[in-house]
Design a protein around this ligand. Structure first.
Ligand code: SAM
Ligand code: SF4
Length: 347
């Protein structure tokens, strides 16, 4: 296959706001029972005496910085910093310091956080070029927060959201609907609406780690959407062309975006032959980079991880490799067949 065809796929990925989710750590100050940990072993599992271990944090600050520079050069429009909990990583500040002032239509820098440390970090974050903060708020009381995240700091998280709204250009609340917070979900949504903050309600994404309880724990957002429409919200469906389709309920000053499994997701050619497709909720939308410097093209396929670290030391090759690798995945081509690495090095 010609490079041009693969590059065309990569252009589609960019135009549709395909993103990079960069994990700065796999460790966390919470223990959410459902956590997908962006494809790594979830913190809650590592607490058990089962021999499971966190990823080694071998990607250095400078390596992250080179990667981020390359992604910006390539025109990736969404750079997420995630974890584990990114606010516990000492690498976050220097990486953010390396990101230049930019317009949000050039690219967006987004931090996903559970909010527990946000209050303490607000000062240092406020002078970085961050476009958006996505703050998880899965509970409205300490009791529910304990049942979900094994920590009790709901007042701190709520207060940080209020403060963050005054500092950052954009804030979004993220809430996973589950049996443990079903009784509080309307309080959480009302909290967002009162503050005029957009909120995304997620449905549980299947992983091999939450598999034992998935069927019992996954709740549909359908009834919630109906309730919000009764309250005056206007519904429309957003099909971004990449990742999950969303139900949007618009109110005057904010929107509630609901993931709804029944609306489906977008898949690419590799997905048609994927053995995990029947369990895959997200579809293709995001490249995940872990703290070892490996990238994987979707949450469930750690078998497709590739090591970016050698290429990070040769940024010109990295810049040629990423578009061809993403294009190959989208076209359903095994990268070993393509010998992409050889090709980029010989160009
Ligand atoms: C892995 S967390 C990392 C960032 C940060 N620690 C946090 O919790 O926001 C990123 C996002 O993934 C969501 N998430 C984690 N596991 C999930 C799952 N199995 N299904 C749906 N969303 C999930 C979290 O709620 C959070 O909004
Ligand atoms: S706070 Fe985020 S990273 Fe930590 S356990 Fe919960 S979902 Fe996972």
């Amino acid at each position: 296959m010609h490079d041009e065809e693969l590059l065309k796929e990569f252009e589609f990925f960019k135009v549709k706001e395909g993103r990079f989710r960069i994990s700065l750590t796999t460790t966390c100050n919470a223990r959410c029972w459902f956590c997908h940990n962006e494809g790594s072993i979830p913190p809650v599992k590592i607490d058990g005496k089962n021999g499971l271990q966190h990823k080694t944090h071998t990607c250095s600050t400078q390596e992250y910085i080179t990667l981020v520079e390359t992604l910006i050069d390539l025109g990736i429009s969404r750079l997420y910093f995630t974890g584990g909990e990114p606010l516990i990583s000492p690498k976050l500040d220097p990486i953010l310091e390396s990101i230049p002032l930019h317009e949000k239509n050039e690219f967006k820098v987004i931090i996903a956080t559970n909010g527990i440390l946000l209050k303490k970090k607000l000062d240092s974050l406020s002078n970085k070029h961050i476009d958006k903060l996505k703050i998880s708020l899965h509970a409205f009381s300490d009791e529910s927060m304990w049942n979900i995240e094994r920590t009790r700091s709901i007042d701190v998280v709520k207060a940080s959201i209020v403060q963050a709204k005054e500092i950052f250009p954009e804030i979004e609340i993220n809430t996973l609907l589950m049996p443990e917070n079903q009784h509080e979900i309307m309080d959480i949504i009302q909290f967002a609406r009162d503050l005029q903050i957009d909120i995304e309600i997620l449905e549980l994404v299947w992983t091999n780690y939450n598999r034992p309880t998935y069927t019992e724990k996954r709740l549909s957002t359908y009834d919630l959407a109906e309730e919000l429409i009764k309250q005056g919200g206007r519904e429309h469906i957003n099909k971004p062309g990449i990742g999950v389709n969303l139900k949007m309920i618009e109110f005057e000053n904010c929107s509630v975006r609901l993931m709804d499994n029944s609306l489906g997701s977008s898949y690419v050619e590799t997905c048609s032959a994927c053995p995990l497709k029947s369990s895959c909720v997200e579809g293709f939308w995001s490249i995940r980079v872990d703290p070892e410097g490996f990238a994987q093209p979707c949450l469930l396929r750690s078998d497709l991880r590739i090591d970016l670290k050698p290429l990070i030391h040769d940024p010109e090759s990295l810049k040629k490799f990423i578009p061809l690798w993403i294009g190959a995945f989208m076209k359903g081509i095994d990268i070993s067949e393509l010998d992409i690495l050889e090709r980029v090095r010989n160009k």
